[in-house]
Design a protein around this ligand. Structure first.
Ligand SMILES: Cc1cc2nc3c(=O)[nH]c(=O)nc-3n(C[C@H](O)[C@H](O)[C@H](O)COP(=O)(O)OP(=O)(O)OC[C@H]3O[C@@H](n4cnc5c(N)ncnc54)[C@H](O)[C@@H]3O)c2cc1C
Length: 424
């Protein structure tokens, strides 16, 4: 089993030589995932001199490791938001999620990125009657207030969508999409290099101090003066800005790919070729590989282990969903880091003059693409950005310094509360 992401086969991490750092730049961006690169592209197109730093290889964070689901859902359902914050706020929030969804499509088309962006629908699966009632209620509410289309499938109708005995019903959301996340990121790198943006791999930012009208960013390879700094480090946020680390809960997400399946089996298991999630807080996410030969599965989020052990456990889970996979092996098992927040909402704002966009709670493909654009806009035209996520109170808890020891326990608590059973 390979432990590099399956996506890196088609999109190997770019080999960019480490170059000398300039003495100054207009904007230093820390983090070379979707958020950092999209901000860099937009700022450069507006004439700013931008520098992107990453402590690892360019894009070696979650942006080249994720499942490639392009959705518009937060950890808070639309119904939760209506109940907690009222209908107008819920509508504004989910309308902005739709803008975030479109940010991916727009980025793909603006930079001509060949990453298999495809609107082929998502199936949200229910395992219990209570879950089925909840998903039907949620999507009826979204259709009423947001106009989002959906179709309800009961147990009899389900086999035309998925060859698994586990689920009792579901809803199809026909207008959601998927991409090859590695190729999406690779396209952003290509666009950035095409515009002459300096990308600096293996260059950890170690300290930021205010100086004159801007900042000095110290790195392992020298220092740079900048008028603006962007923190786009999400799940990989280190101690560079302790204030930010105290507000983020990093967690590991685990993903596997099967070997190519025997002809006909994938059509039997995933006949409609959608993306698939279940209805638990600790979600299972399933899809075909973009070439239609393998099944990719993401689950056991938040657990701590190694890729080989987790690969075996995820294969056990996958076989519980699809007993027909009993003789199939895995080719890849990998992991990546996401970030949750204490209010389960993404955040965009400024701290001591530094811009940040983080805390995507598993929706970083659309939200990173959207916030990357908003970060640039906030620098180019301060005060012009309207976002329900911007400049909101960003909570932490007393004594928390960023040590996420409690995440596996928290996920087990959600499993217990919601009755999620694990096969392996
Ligand atoms: C297995 C998995 C499945 C997922 N599935 C989905 C999905 O289907 N749909 C979806 O919407 N989201 C998904 N996500 C989440 C999504 O991938 C992330 O939210 C998104 O990629 C975050 O992008 P980013 O650019 O903000 O951060 P990242 O891509 O994580 O990049 C952050 C970068 O910051 C760098 N960095 C950190 N500290 C420093 C420093 N001091 N100096 C220099 N560099 C630094 C890191 O090296 C890293 O490269 C998934 C994530 C994982 C791991």
């Amino acid at each position: 089993m390979k432990t590099d992401p399956y996506w890196w086969e088609a999109a190997p991490r770019p080999q960019i030589a480490t170059a000398d750092l300039p003495q100054k730049a207009d904007v230093v961006i820390i983090g070379s995932g979707y958020t950092g690169l999209i901000a860099a592209l937009k700022l450069t197109q507006a004439g700013r001199h931008v520098l992107v730093l990453d402590s690892g290889l360019i894009g070696s964070g979650a942006s080249s490791r994720n499942s490639g689901f392009v959705g518009r859902t937060l950890k808070y359902s639309f119904g939760d938001l209506v109940n907690g914050k009222g209908l107008p706020h819920a509508i504004a929030t989910y309308q902005e999620m739709q803008v975030a969804f479109r940010a991916v499509a727009d980025t793909v088309s603006e930079y001509s990125i060949d990453c298999g962006f495809r609107v082929h629908g998502r199936l949200v699966l229910a395992e219990t009657p209570a879950q089925f009632d909840d998903v039907k209620r949620e999507y009826e509410l979204r259709q009423t207030h947001l106009g989002s289309p959906f179709e309800i499938l009961d147990k009899q109708a389900l086999p035309r969508e998925i060859g698994s005995p586990r689920y009792i019903g579901g809803v199809v959301l026909p207008d959601l999409a998927s991409i090859h996340p590695g190729l999406y990121h690779q396209g952003l790198v290509k666009a950035a290099l095409g515009l002459g943006i300096a990308l600096h791999p293996l260059t950890r930012a170690t300290k930021i101090v205010r100086q004159d009208e801007g900042f000095v960013v110290a790195t392992e390879r020298g220092q740079i003066a900048a008028r603006e700094v962007i923190l786009a480090t999400n799940g990989y946020t280190d101690g560079l800005v302790p204030w930010l680390r105290r507000r983020l809960i990093p967690f590991d997400a685990w993903q596997v790919a099967t070997e190519p399946l025997p002809a006909g089996l994938i059509d039997q298991l995933l006949p409609k070729d959608r993306t698939y999630i279940d209805s638990y807080m600790n979600i299972d996410a399933i899809r075909r590989s973009p070439d239609g030969t393998r099944i990719l599965y993401c689950g056991k989020t938040g657990e701590r282990s190694d890729q080989q052990t987790m690969g075996k456990r995820l294969l056990g889970e996958l076989r519980a969903v699809f007993p027909d996979l009993k003789d199939v092996a895995l080719s890849h098992s990998w992991t990546g880091r996401c970030a949750a927040t204490f209010d389960l909402l993404p955040h965009l704002g400024q701290h001591e003059g530094m811009h940040y966009a983080v805390g995507y709670c598993f929706a970083g493909l659309p939200m990173g693409s959207h916030f990357g654009r908003l970060l640039a806009q906030r620098i180019l035209a301060p005060g012009s950005v309207k976002s329900v996520f911007a400049d909101q109170p960003f909570p932490t808890v007393p004594l928390y310094q960023g040590n996420n020891w409690f995440v596996p326990w928290m996920m087990r608590f959600y499993d217990w509360k919601e009755g999620k059973k694990h096969a392996a």
